[in-house]
Design a protein around this ligand. Structure first.
Ligand SMILES: Cc1cc2nc3c(=O)[nH]c(=O)nc-3n(C[C@H](O)[C@H](O)[C@H](O)COP(=O)(O)OP(=O)(O)OC[C@H]3O[C@@H](n4cnc5c(N)ncnc54)[C@H](O)[C@@H]3O)c2cc1C
Ligand SMILES: *[C@@H]1O[C@H](CO)[C@@H](O)[C@H](O)[C@H]1NC(C)=O
Ligand SMILES: *[C@@H]1O[C@H](CO)[C@@H](O)[C@H](O)[C@H]1NC(C)=O
Ligand SMILES: *[C@@H]1O[C@H](CO)[C@@H](O)[C@H](O)[C@H]1NC(C)=O
Ligand SMILES: *[C@@H]1O[C@H](CO)[C@@H](O)[C@H](O)[C@H]1NC(C)=O
Length: 596
């Protein structure tokens, strides 16, 4: 008797977390008024990586607040072969942006990793090294350079090398660049496309377009054409591996980790400039609060994170003043520096009876750098940049998209160095079996825009979407690069052996963009691009990790300037686009954030 009550006593004093709630919740009364060590806003990529790693310590209590539901069992989420059916549903924020373009984002456990295209790619070494340059040379004790980010990306990765059938189809990997034991499952589709098309694409691009073929592009030399794996489960046949399945499912039993679903954070609460908790609620409903004993971590993504900061009084005093919001912290970079990419697809009709053999996602991608893009276009991209860079800086400032002309000049100089001197891929050419028009295609986007835009709240109602203006093509070199890439895409299809398996171009087609013997004129391409481009759904940089002089919002420790106990871990802190899809880089960034 005495022994067991003593045991009970010591257990309860050792386990304060036993008093807190845990698991997936929808009942806010279990959370309202409680205190957790960490309150995380957003159960997407950044939020769930950090929640997993912080709750490894059983004495640390963690609450995640997620606006969406848990849809891990919904085929629109777990089945990669249904990519895009989640769009325009309750699983998608579907934010309107300028020029009538919508930006998609996952509103469900796992965030955008639950609805994304599953491509797993890393960027160019120099791009990771530039992270410390944006911080005035501070590499955050080694996290913010290639070595540190490579370490973080490897920590997240659970790779399974291609099997014989996948190798036959063209896939290859170098085990030196992969980790097989991290949480995120990374492999190739079981029924990977094994018709000739992907191999032909790789052959043509590397033989005729000055882009080297690589057996594995994951070592920081990404300006190549290569087969890339997918964030797909090799344990659970071809199901999507998201931040929810990789970072939450295995630890869902932890008694110190709770996730409140179907509730939106509406404001960060402050005592002076110290973040003390989160106010949350549902549209039209009452507001509740929860306290953060140690820190508030915002991981709501590059659109909603700056909006939440602005609603809470952290941002540009002029914007907050207009809306009658009390200033908590003067951080004028919040919502500025927005960078989004633009996509168009070139499509060709396969010859009669052509069989793709297998099913997607497609795997073969080219990242032509300056040399690669110059192989099929007379536009002198390097000169266009150097001739116009000062004007881009002035224009970005005039549009309220950067904090000063000096800051924009400094930011653009780093970007110019990466594009002109450090071999960063300028466009992504994603070879697509089955799209557009059910044929063969190349989805093409300009990777590193000089156009800078804004995310700004227009109302104090947290359920009203912010105004989003990426200022697509504000910098004319963005359009010139998009043209050069699309011209290259057309020429790739015109080249044997790829030419032998297609009949004619169906998008845009030679009627819309006449073939002039050199892949089409700038004017014709330009009209078609502006008319039909879409967003790539890769918004970033609205709370950039940069020095304060450059208009940064967080420093090397990811803490928001001029505040205490408030960090950001999501795509909004990336100061510049990478020549890659975003998630591999963001998993690395989030692992590093949790480590620190
Ligand atoms: C359609 C699409 C296709 C993509 N394809 C690829 C691809 O093939 N490969 C790749 O690497 N990347 C791809 N991406 C990009 C990648 O998935 C994202 O960049 C990444 O998930 C962003 O991570 P995050 O943590 O910033 O935000 P998210 O993962 O989007 O997470 C943010 C979370 O916060 C929640 N939230 C927002 N506001 C609030 C609030 N106020 N209160 C509570 N919760 C809130 C959201 O519901 C969401 O769950 C794609 C993205 C999209 C949308
Ligand atoms: C980019 O190239 C320039 C010139 O070659 C070099 O000085 C600079 O260090 C490089 N930047 C990075 C981030 O590697
Ligand atoms: C692989 O992942 C595990 C789990 O995240 C990690 O402990 C290990 O350090 C990683 N290995 C490498 C080489 O990064
Ligand atoms: C592509 O390169 C090969 C090898 O150099 C060459 O034989 C072929 O003519 C080239 N094709 C075109 C269209 O230039
Ligand atoms: C906000 O900070 C900027 C830059 O430091 C400064 O110029 C401005 O006067 C400040 N505004 C307010 C209202 O504090």
């Amino acid at each position: 008797m005495i022994r067991s009550s003593a045991l009970l006593l010591s257990l309860s004093s050792l386990l304060p977390s036993a008093l807190a709630v845990s698991g997936l919740l929808t009942d806010r009364s279990q959370v309202s008024g409680q205190t957790f060590d960490y309150v995380i806003v957003g159960g997407g990529l950044g939020g769930l990586v950090v929640a997993n790693r912080l709750s490894e310590n059983p004495d640390t209590t963690v609450l995640v607040i997620e606006a969406g539901s848990d849809n891990r069992d919904d085929p629109r989420v777990y089945d990669p072969y249904q990519y895009s059916v989640a769009f325009n549903t309750e699983l998608d924020w579907n934010w309107p942006s300028s020029q009538g373009r919508y930006i998609k984002g996952g509103k469900t456990l796992g965030g955008s990793t639950s609805i994304n295209g599953l491509a797993q790619t890393r960027g160019q070494k120099a791009q990771y090294d530039s992270l410390s340059t944006f911080l005035g040379g501070n590499d955050g004790n080694g996290y913010w350079n290639w070595d540190g980010m490579y370490f973080g990306m490897l920590k997240s990765e659970g790779f399974s090398a291609p099997n014989d059938q996948q190798k036959d189809a063209g896939a290859s990997s170098n085990p030196a660049y992969h980790n097989t034991s991290g949480p995120l499952q990374v492999t190739y589709p079981d029924e990977i496309f094994h018709g000739p098309q992907q191999k032909y694409f790789k052959e043509v691009v590397s033989t005729n377009f000055s882009v080297a073929a690589s057996p594995d592009a994951d070592d920081g030399n990404a300006n190549v054409v290569a087969f890339h794996p997918n964030t797909m489960s090799w344990q659970d046949s071809d199901h999507r591996s998201s931040s929810a399945t990789a970072y939450y499912s295995p630890v869902s039993e932890r008694s110190n980790l709770a996730i409140l679903l179907q509730h939106q954070a509406t404001k960060i609460q402050f005592d002076g400039n110290k973040a003390t908790g989160i106010e949350f609620g549902t549209s039209g409903g009452d507001r509740y609060t929860v306290n953060a004993g140690k820190e508030v971590i915002v991981s709501a993504g590059a659109i909603q994170t700056p909006a939440l900061l602005q609603l809470s009084g952290v941002g540009d005093p002029a914007l907050l003043n207009n809306l009658g919001i009390n200033l908590v912290a003067n951080v004028s970079g919040v919502g500025k520096n927005l960078q989004e990419q633009t996509m168009n697809s070139v499509g060709w009709t396969p010859v009669d009876g052509f069989d793709f053999e297998g099913r997607g996602p497609s795997d073969c991608i080219a990242y032509p750098d300056l040399l690669g893009i110059s192989s099929s276009s007379n536009n002198d991209i390097a000169s266009i940049i150097s001739d116009n860079i000062a004007q881009y800086a002035q224009d970005a400032y005039d549009a309220g998209a950067v904090v000063s002309v000096e800051a924009a000049n400094a930011i653009f100089a780093i970007q110019q160095g990466l594009m002109v001197n450090n071999n960063s891929g300028l466009v992504e050419a994603f070879f697509d079996s089955g799209f557009p028009n059910g044929g063969l295609g190349i989805d093409l986007w300009q990777l590193l825009p000089f156009s800078r835009g804004t995310v700004q709240i227009t109302s104090t109602d947290p359920f009203t979407y912010p105004s989003i203006d990426p200022r697509y093509f504000a910098a004319d070199v963005d359009l010139k690069i998009q043209i050069a890439g699309l011209r290259m895409a057309r020429k790739i299809f015109q080249t044997a052996p790829l030419r032998s398996i297609v009949t004619e171009e169906n998008a845009p087609g030679y009627d819309a963009v006449p073939e002039n013997g050199d892949g089409g004129s700038d004017d014709d391409w330009s009209k078609w691009i502006i008319d039909g481009f879409s967003s790539v759904h890769h918004p970033i940089a609205t709370c950039s990790m940069m020095s304060e002089e450059l208009g940064g919002v967080v420093g090397a420790d990811l803490k928001v300037y001029n505040t205490e106990s408030l960090r950001i871990v999501d795509a909004s802190v990336l100061p510049i686009q990478f020549s890659a899809h975003l998630s591999a880089t963001l998993y690395g960034l989030a692992e590093n954030a949790a480590d620190m």
